[in-house]
Design a binder for this molecule. Structure first.
Ligand SMILES: NC(=O)c1ccc[n+]([C@@H]2O[C@H](COP(=O)([O-])OP(=O)(O)OC[C@H]3O[C@@H](n4cnc5c(N)ncnc54)[C@H](OP(=O)(O)O)[C@@H]3O)[C@@H](O)[C@H]2O)c1
Length: 326
């Protein structure tokens, strides 16, 4: 039985806790917050035994095996180091860090300490995404040639809050743009060679909308976009030589559809899950910890580094540096 703690009591922490009832071989035993009040009310709402009024106290709990970090992007680095330094395995919200420099330090520490670290790229563990991968392995799509994906929604413009605040590493790319990139990396199955970006900025200086094209070393193309100013379809498509796969609202997908160009009956997979889907990434962590390994083969730190290096390249092209970056 793996014993878990949650660090941070925001929106996604609530969803993670809510889905915990679907998780196997694990128990959610503690929560830590910057404030006593938040810790107490979160613990009460999700029936968690222990609550701590600081992240430090949570990390010090000797009963905890793994900590889920759900704080703003700028804090993933320091929160992860804190947990690893107290001997805890870490599942850290996306993006795993703000830049490759931070991530390299985090993963080096995890390796040195022999501890598990994984970015919470939950989409990669969802059954429709796994089904699409299976269809491709079975040759039903032919050769993968093009990937299209977008993630955009109209966020209320609140300059002080996480999404638009440069001090909290806000902006569309790190918040939602990471999903189309991760999706294309998963299905292209090769290194990114070229990155081309067009971007618009919010008044705070973070990116509002990004349109980016990737070319992979095997010739696969990706046409991706993200926005905090506009609602997109949020669908993803994988086009192959024999047909295409559609994943409606791909980042939380519940369905995969395969349409072949030879007019064969479409294949449809509908996920009957009762959860939001956050339990699958947690199951992955538990399985790995129970088998005494330190890396997921699906989302190892090297994949997070690949993902973040694309995001670093995009930010270089759009001249977006956060105030705490030298
Ligand atoms: N996987 C997904 O579907 C998904 C969805 C949304 C967000 N996310 C990711 O999850 C992380 C958190 O997002 P969220 O939407 O849950 O954010 P949120 O609602 O703003 O919560 C963030 C939490 O972090 C803590 N925190 C520490 N320092 C903070 C500061 N200076 N300002 C604000 N909060 C601070 C707070 O918890 P305490 O007060 O308890 O310390 C706060 O409740 C981000 O990395 C985001 O990209 C993932």
């Amino acid at each position: 039985m793996i014993k878990w703690g949650i660090l941070g009591t925001g929106k996604i922490a609530g969803k993670f806790a809510e889905d915990f009832r679907f998780v196997k071989n694990a128990e959610l035993i503690a929560v830590g917050s910057r404030t006593e009040q938040s810790a107490v009310s979160f613990a009460k709402k999700y029936h968690i035994d222990k609550h701590y009024s600081s992240y430090e106290l949570l990390a010090q709990d000797p009963e905890i095996d793994a900590i889920y970090i759900s704080t703003p992007h700028n804090l993933h680095y320091e929160n992860t180091l804190l947990c690893l330094n107290h001997g805890k395995s870490v599942l850290c919200e996306k993006p795993a860090a703000v830049n490759c420099h931070e991530l390299k330090e985090m993963t080096t520490l995890a390796k040195t300490k022999g501890l598990f670290f994984m970015e919470a790229m939950w989409t990669w563990f969802l059954p429709p995404v796994i089904t699409a991968q299976q269809w491709i392995r079975e040759g039903r799509l032919g050769k993968v040639e093009l990937i299209k994906a977008d993630f955009g929604f109209r966020a209320p413009y609140e300059p002080e809050k996480r999404l638009f605040n440069p001090a909290l590493a806000g902006g569309a790319l790190l918040d939602v743009g990471i999903y189309p990139i991760a999706f294309s990396l998963l299905f292209a199955g090769a290194d990114v060679q070229h990155v081309e970006v067009r971007s618009s900025k919010a008044p705070t200086g973070v990116d509002m909308t990004d349109i980016y094209h990737l070319t992979f070393s095997n010739g696969v193309l990706a046409d991706l976009s993200c926005s905090l100013g506009h609602s997109f379809t949020n669908d993803a498509y994988i086009y192959g030589s024999e047909g295409y796969i559609q994943l409606p609202i791909f980042w939380k997908s519940r369905e995969a559809i395969l349409k072949r160009y030879d007019n064969e009956e479409p294949l449809i997979f509908k996920d009957p899950r009762a959860s939001e889907g956050y339990n699958f990434e947690t199951d992955e962590v538990n399985q790995i910890l129970l088998s005494h390994k330190t890396e997921s083969s699906i989302m190892p730190p090297s994949k997070s580094l690949e993902l973040l290096s694309v995001m670093d390249r995009i930010r270089e092209q759009t001249d977006l540096k956060y105030p705490f970056e030298v």
